[in-house]
Design a binder for this molecule. Structure first.
Ligand code: PCA
Length: 208
């Protein structure tokens, strides 16, 4: 049995809901093992989110960390491959902070790679006809900051990564792509179930 820490985010940018928090709590409510699943909602604030993810990791010593967040406007479930040591906030966070061109972690490496089996996860999602893709940028806002921070905080033998979600059908602003709540929940459940699978060796990159 592995300890799996699964996180979503609170609403931000004036929205009432964040589908990532809804989806992770739905997964936790229906979860029947085999892992010990811990679920948490993170604040959309640079300092507070890093503090919280570090505290959760220190407290639970998870074998797996799966952080999720909203990528409003995206139509795909995006499995992130990399967290960069850069904050460049387009909008203030929920605490009013808006760092521009600041490091996530002073003196940290330029980037940290996700250790989730990203290609395997995309394949498993696609096998259930969920729109899924690999992503090489989690942006420069709070989601990337949490991914970068989590990768630096987990045990050496643990795996950690990030999955960006589209809006859910019930939360999407008019005209933005969305997936049904059940499909987002299913996507996250598949990521939990396959997080410790071996990575597949197949081309997944792009030429641009
Ligand atoms: N999405 C934002 C922060 C919180 C969230 O759900 C992001 O992509 O950085």
């Amino acid at each position: 049995m592995a300890v799996v820490l699964l996180t979503g985010f609170e609403p931000f940018d004036g929205a009432d809901r964040n589908p990532s928090a809804d989806a992770v709590h739905a997964v936790a409510a229906g979860y029947d093992g085999p892992h010990d699943l811990i679920v948490a909602t993170l604040p959309v604030a640079f300092e507070a989110s890093a503090h919280r993810i570090r505290a959760l990791i220190a407290h639970h010593s998870p074998d797996v960390v799966i952080a999720t967040g909203l990528a409003g406007g995206s139509s795909h479930v995006a499995v992130e491959r990399i967290g960069v040591n850069l904050i460049d906030a387009r909008i203030p966070d929920n605490d009013g902070a808006q760092p521009v061109d600041a490091p996530s972690e002073v003196g940290g490496p330029a980037a940290r790679f996700s250790t989730l089996p990203a290609k395997r996860l995309v394949r498993e999602l696609a096998a259930e006809e969920l729109p899924a893709r690999l992503s090489l940028s989690a942006g420069t806002y709070v989601c990337n900051h949490v991914l970068y921070t989590a990768l630096g905080a987990v045990r050496q033998d643990a795996v950690a990564g990030f999955v960006h979600l589209p809006w859910s059908t019930g939360t999407a602003p008019i005209g933005t792509p969305h997936l049904a709540e059940e499909r987002l929940e299913r996507a996250i459940r598949l990521v939990v179930d396959h997080a410790l699978d071996t990575e597949t060796r197949e081309p997944g990159g792009s030429t641009w």
